[in-house]
Design a protein around this ligand. Structure first.
Ligand code: GUN
Length: 336
């Protein structure tokens, strides 16, 4: 008799991977501190968007935990683009600032593109400047280790999860749902750089399931709760869920978590619950998946910290080496 056991999907724990990366960053920050350099991050938060305020506080707190310096700038909602451009120019000019992050979204009257392009590419820890977007596009391999670009944090975090979990990427069919500048487009490019065969689906794609059913790696980044249903998933696939959707309606909770008493109780207690872009029932089919919360979201801040140290090393570490080199050649000249 052949017993068929259903394999349990492996959970790709973003919190654990983020903790590893943060420990590595703290080590690098200590090494830089020994050379007199404290990596510094400036975060610009315009107005009062509740979710942005929570993210930014978390970024500032993590800097302190890892031995890095941070500064938060909070212009009012009414600030003009020109004033913000001046503020960015000031940050570009300050030596102790290695990374500049402009928290998005900005108010509608602000010219977001102009601002992102005003950030010095060497301090662009979000990887949104066209120079860094271009470097990523022309890179032979993903990520900052390749020394090619400061890469956007969420996509870089996804690549770290796959790499550190031993999920093969080269030769696999990776399907990305979503074509945003922050996640969809850059992660598609990073997967391509890592030799996956990449398909990008979006709101105009006809019959998305045709593509997702063939995905070895499925990255969902479209901001629609539980969009990827079990019939859209190839059994054994790796599911990467970038969505963080807050459910506030009981109907939605019952649709996505039928019979899940724990989830229902949580909803009653808190008035909301989180779900990703992948339907929870689809995870049972996966070979591996990132949970929500505790998956991709956990990596974003860790990758921002990694980028900030990388930017400090590239800009000030190089300067230090040059100074040391100049010192040696002066000594050599004196001896000659
Ligand atoms: N808002 C949501 N995600 C991001 C991000 O990765 N960077 C910035 N600057 N703002 C965001």
């Amino acid at each position: 008799m052949v017993l068929r056991m259903k394999a349990t999907a492996r959970i790709l724990n973003g919190i654990e991977i983020a903790a590893q990366i943060k420990a590595e960053v703290a080590e690098q920050a200590r090494a830089l501190a020994a050379g007199g350099i404290t990596p510094g991050l400036a975060v610009v938060l315009v107005g009062h968007v509740a979710a942005s305020e929570i993210y930014v506080r978390s970024k500032v707190k993590t800097c302190a935990e890892l031995g890095m310096f941070s500064e938060m700038l909070t212009p009012p909602e009414s600030v003009a683009t020109e004033e913000l451009l001046e503020l960015i120019a000031g940050l570009n000019a300050r030596d102790e600032i290695d990374g500049i992050l402009i928290q998005l979204p900005l108010p509608a009257h602000v010219d977001t593109r102009r601002l992102l392009e005003a950030v010095s590419p060497e301090k662009d820890v979000d990887g949104f400047h066209p120079i860094n977007v271009g470097r990523l596009q022309s890179s032979a391999s993903h990520g900052v280790e390749a020394g090619t670009a400061l890469a956007p944090c969420t996509p870089a975090g996804i690549m770290e999860i796959l790499k550190r979990s031993g999920v093969p990427v080269a030769g696999q069919h990776a399907v990305v749902l979503g074509r945003s500048e922050i996640v969809g487009k850059p992660v598609a490019m990073m997967l391509l750089n890592a030799s996956a065969t990449v398909t990008v689906c979006h709101s105009k794609t006809v019959e998305i399931g045709r593509y997702t059913r063939d995905a070895d790696i499925l990255v969902a980044a479209i901001g629609r709760p539980g969009f990827v249903t079990p019939e859209m998933v190839k059994p054994g696939a790796t599911l990467v869920d970038v969505g963080i959707n807050r459910l506030t309606s009981l109907d939605e909770v019952e649709r996505l978590f039928p019979g899940d008493k724990k989830r229902f109780d949580q909803f009653v207690q808190r008035g909301s619950t989180l779900v990703g872009d992948i339907h929870p029932a689809a995870f049972a089919l996966a070979g591996a998946y990132t949970p929500v919360p505790g998956g991709v979201g956990a990596l974003t801040i860790a990758m921002l910290m990694k980028n900030t140290v990388q930017a400090a090393k590239a800009r000030r570490g190089a300067a230090l080496l040059c100074e040391a080199g100049a010192g040696r050649s002066e000594e050599a000249a004196a001896k000659a």
